[in-house]
Design a binder for this molecule. Structure first.
Ligand code: COA
Ligand code: MG
Length: 291
């Protein structure tokens, strides 16, 4: 059964140039904090944002939250300096934007050669060019630091010239393809952001859609989105009851050696027992006292 490393239900972005948000992030119940140097930071603030992100990471105070820093692209004026600074920052991960092919991952991997072995490489899935290469890119997890994909729906919408509505109809195939590629190669996959942070109803609907599609969690832009996101991506009471019922049923002597049985009027197979075990392990990791 796959190991669940840690919950990544909620991953909150914040511009690293925003000192107030940086301080607040240390108190918020997000599983992951992403200090952004890229899209959320204007060109005039890039160098200050890099300095602030590295200083905050080295200072710590984030508790059990996993801290990632999103670098500017390697071919931008700031990319190389960002990567060098992040490599020695102590961040858990560097998130890199606009990955389009296997070579992009290889280039980031090379620049991060001197970074601590435990530093992970996370990749934004947000270009049209990467879509036909998702499996090859995900397969790089075997030979590099790559361990996680993040959907970047705003950039994808911009490139496609598609409309980003709450239903996300134009993007649904890409959400499925990204989850499938990630799963095929054992990497974590986080859904994109919901820009409508003042509308809790729209946010919940979108988070539930992400869960339905198989994402491990969702990236967020505002503190108000965290609680709903954690709730949506945590097992519900009903799911926990179902998981316990499946495990108990397979443990009954009369079901020993059977591949398919009946639980609460529905067919359950051994694969559901695996799902049930995974769900209970995850439920233990995400009990309310987790942060
Ligand atoms: N992380 C941490 N704290 C945040 C935050 C974030 N992403 N967004 C807002 N806050 C804080 C504010 O600093 C403020 O703190 P205070 O209560 O101590 O004053 C509080 O939450 C309320 O903020 P609010 O006034 O509702 O938001 P805003 O209008 O100032 O900012 C955004 C709205 C969208 C500009 C802001 O939320 C933001 O920058 N989000 C992240 C954008 C980003 O990183 N994008 C890149 C990936 S798409
Ligand atoms: Mg982007």
């Amino acid at each position: 059964m796959p190991q669940i490393e840690r919950p990544r239900r909620s991953a909150l972005y914040l511009p690293a140039s925003n000192a107030k948000a940086l301080a607040k992030a240390r108190t918020l119940p997000a599983d992951v904090i992403i200090l952004d140097l890229e899209d959320a930071v204007a060109p005039g603030s890039k160098i200050e944002a890099r300095r602030a992100a590295v200083a905050a990471t080295q200072e710590g105070g984030f508790g059990t939250r996993e801290v990632a820093i999103r670098a500017n692209g390697i071919d931008t004026p700031w990319g190389m300096d960002d990567l060098v600074a992040i490599a020695s920052s102590g961040a858990a991960a560097v998130l890199v934007p606009k990955v389009s092919c296997v070579d992009d991952i290889a280039r980031y991997e090379e620049v991060l050669e001197q970074a601590p072995a435990e530093m992970q490489l996370w990749a934004m899935i947000e270009t049209c060019a990467c879509i036909p290469h998702l499996h090859e890119i995900a397969a790089m997890a075997r030979t590099s630091r790559l361990s996680l994909f993040v959907m970047g729906v705003n950039d994808l919408a911009k490139e496609m010239r598609a409309k980003l509505t709450p239903e996300r109809t134009p993007f649904l195939p890409f959400l499925s393809m990204t989850v499938a590629a990630a799963r095929a190669h054992g990497i974590t996959v986080l859904d994109g952001v919901c820009n409508e942070f003042r509308d809790a109803g729209v946010f919940r609907q979108e988070a539930e859609q992400g869960l339905l599609f198989g994402f491990d969690g969702k990236t967020l832009i505002h503190p108000d989105q965290i609680a709903v996101c954690n709730e949506v991506f945590s097992p519900s009471v009903e799911e926990i009851e179902w998981a316990r019922a499946v495990i108990d049923a397979f443990a009954l002597p009369e079901n020993s050696g059977k591949g398919a049985i009946r639980v609460n009027g529905k067919m359950v197979e051994l694969l559901h027992q695996e799902q049930a075990r995974r769900l209970l392990t995850f439920a233990e990791l995400t009990s309310p006292s987790d942060i």
